[in-house]
Design a protein around this ligand. Structure first.
Ligand SMILES: [Zn+2]
Length: 574
């Protein structure tokens, strides 16, 4: 015991020595503080309530060492300092996307799949698929993603017969933009042995026509029946997809992406590319649960930040339901436009319940995809039960910052429960402006109260972390910022105004925090990211227009001109 005490005394003396040393270096003459990088003649929005704006910043060793006036920054400029005159451009804390899917963005970038985004009619969709079929030999798979039938007239799902006409000899498999539904042609259904009598898998639906035959549409977990037959991409393709995705995100101004799915294979791929210096985008990666992959994370405990704070794994992702467009979102009451269904619960809630308790003990964060009001309620119930079963004294992380991803259609009675339970609402503004054309037909107008209810969450003091859900949506920060403050489609339409709850818009200050400070909070990083403050990481997004002041319609036209991560210029618009 004596030795242990002696060690303790030594440690405490050492630590006071360390603090003394840091005091000395703080008091040292500023001439010693020659910066690596200085940005000046800019409008800097800091997201720091004490000093909301500035004109200049100085950076050393990847950290911010000065925020203030142009005059004050001069003394940080030494012979080796790179000084950028930003000529009035606008500097923000590095934007962070709290919810996206990096592998999916990569697949879109590398054109591993036929990109069907923006098809405005079923005919146009079929023309694009037919062109892809012509590139293939008979028997080869044709795979694609990105179609959304709610933009078509009529708003009807494509069918296997549509595809059979253009692809009689190739299996075809085309995933809806939301990833929660896909359409197969007859050749693909045959390979998967799907017929009218095939039972629906748990959490999935094989849509049938009036004659009891498959329409080709497979919802949520039913997609696995065909997905498992599609040829896998090579390792080299997966590497280049990841690199292209990261480069795209940096060029748009994102400095961090929170990757809302994951396996340990993907983690190892990311680690390898970080290690070789090829990945510079910060990533906060989730592991899918329940199951063996998530068990491993619980056994290891929350991972420390790796690669100089670029990468972290400490979160389990659950998926409670499907999506609204494909009527997989789990609702308390039936769909207004299809009273036979209330949507799908897509996770094993018994396994999840048990895993939540272990996660809470081990200090593991949890995030759960929940779109419908039933899915949100079940998730809140499960979170509450786990928190009751494991009181703070028995938790490795007392305030676990659990999240609900999308928090999209929430019964108004459940909104205060986010506050009571300390849950983060992780929301994607673009979903509201994409869904405004069909949400009322799926839900009726009464259920739009509590739908995409950003301001209701803010008013209660619930942290609202903003994301894009790319590749479900485009994944561009200016589209998200615009959607959050305008709550209108990109062409300025807001649907029936009385029904689309303009009171749920957010202010520009709130929108900025949704893409800076709150994602940092949602990743336990607000001490080092999320605002422009001395001592924090030098992550900046530089825009060509003042999104805090310009007319709303100008916001989506605003361009990122420079992205800086840890003091390093990782993107510079030529
Ligand atoms: Zn998602």
């Amino acid at each position: 015991m004596r030795t242990r005490n002696a060690v303790a005394v030594l440690v405490s003396r050492l630590s006071s020595l360390v603090s003394l040393i840091s005091l000395i270096s703080l008091a040292a003459p500023v001439s010693a503080q020659s910066a690596d990088l200085v940005l000046r003649h800019a409008t800097v929005y800091t997201v720091d309530a004490a000093h909301p704006t500035a004109r200049a910043v100085a950076v050393k060793d990847g950290k911010i060492i000065y925020v203030g006036a142009d005059a004050g920054v001069t003394k940080y400029i030494g012979p080796a300092t790179r000084t950028l005159d930003l000529a009035g451009r606008f500097v923000f804390p590095g934007f962070a996307d709290a919810h996206a899917h990096i592998p999916g963005i990569g697949a879109r970038e590398i054109a591993m799949l036929l990109n069907l985004e923006g098809t405005r009619s079923k005919d146009e969709f079929l023309v694009r698929v037919a062109a892809a079929v012509r590139q293939k030999k008979p028997g080869e798979w044709v795979t694609g993603r990105g179609w959304i039938e709610t933009f078509w007239v009529p708003q009807a799902f494509p069918t296997r017969e549509d595809l059979d006409k253009i692809a009689p000899n190739n299996p075809v498999w085309l995933t809806r933009a939301d990833g929660h539904a896909s359409v197969a042609n007859s050749a693909a259904l045959r390979l998967a042995d799907i017929v009218g009598t095939t039972p629906n898998p748990a959490g999935g639906n094989i849509n049938l026509d009036r004659d009891g035959q498959p329409t080709g549409m497979l919802i949520d977990h039913a997609q696995g029946l065909v997905d498992r037959l599609v040829p896998r991409p090579t390792e080299a393709q997966l590497d280049s997809a990841l690199m292209l995705a990261a480069q795209r995100e940096l060029s748009l101004g994102w400095t961090q992406v929170q990757d809302a799915h994951g396996t340990w294979d993907e983690v190892e791929r990311m680690r390898r590319l970080f290690r070789s210096g090829q990945l510079r985008l910060r990533l906060y990666k989730a592991i899918d649960g329940p199951g063996a992959q998530a068990d491993l994370l619980i056994a290891q405990g929350p991972g420390a930040a790796e690669f100089n704070d670029r990468f972290q794994v400490r979160t389990i992702k659950f998926v409670m339901d499907g999506a609204l467009g494909s009527r997989g979102a789990a609702l308390l009451d039936p769909y207004r436009d299809d009273p036979r269904t209330r949507g799908l619960i897509t996770t094993d809630t018994t396994a999840m319940k048990e895993m939540l308790i272990r996660a809470l003990r081990a200090g593991i964060q949890v995030e759960t995809h929940a779109i419908g009001d039933r899915a949100n309620r079940i998730t809140l119930d499960l979170y509450a039960a786990a928190m009751k079963a494991v009181p703070p004294a028995e938790r490795k992380v007392k305030r676990p910052r659990w999240r609900i991803e999308h928090s999209q259609i929430v019964n108004p009675a459940d909104i205060p429960r986010f506050k009571q339970l300390g849950i983060i609402a992780s929301m994607q503004p673009s979903h509201a402006i994409g869904d405004l054309f069909f949400a009322a037909s799926r839900l009726g107008t009464a259920r739009l109260t509590g739908a995409y209810a950003w301001q209701s969450f803010f008013k209660l003091g619930v942290p609202v972390a903003g994301g894009t859900d790319a590749p479900v949506e485009r994944g561009e920060p200016m589209i998200e910022f615009y959607a959050a403050v305008a709550r209108k489609s990109l062409d300025g339409r807001s649907g029936p105004a009385t029904e689309w709850h303009p009171e749920e818009k957010v202010t520009r200050e709130q929108a900025l925090k949704m893409f800076t400070w709150f994602p940092a909070f949602a990743a336990f990083e607000e001490d080092r990211h999320g605002s422009i403050v001395v001592g924090k990481a030098a992550d900046f997004t530089v825009l060509d227009q003042d999104i805090m002041k310009i007319p709303e319609t100008q916001i989506p036209k605003t361009k990122n001109v420079m992205t800086i991560v840890g003091g390093e210029i990782v993107y510079h618009k030529k």
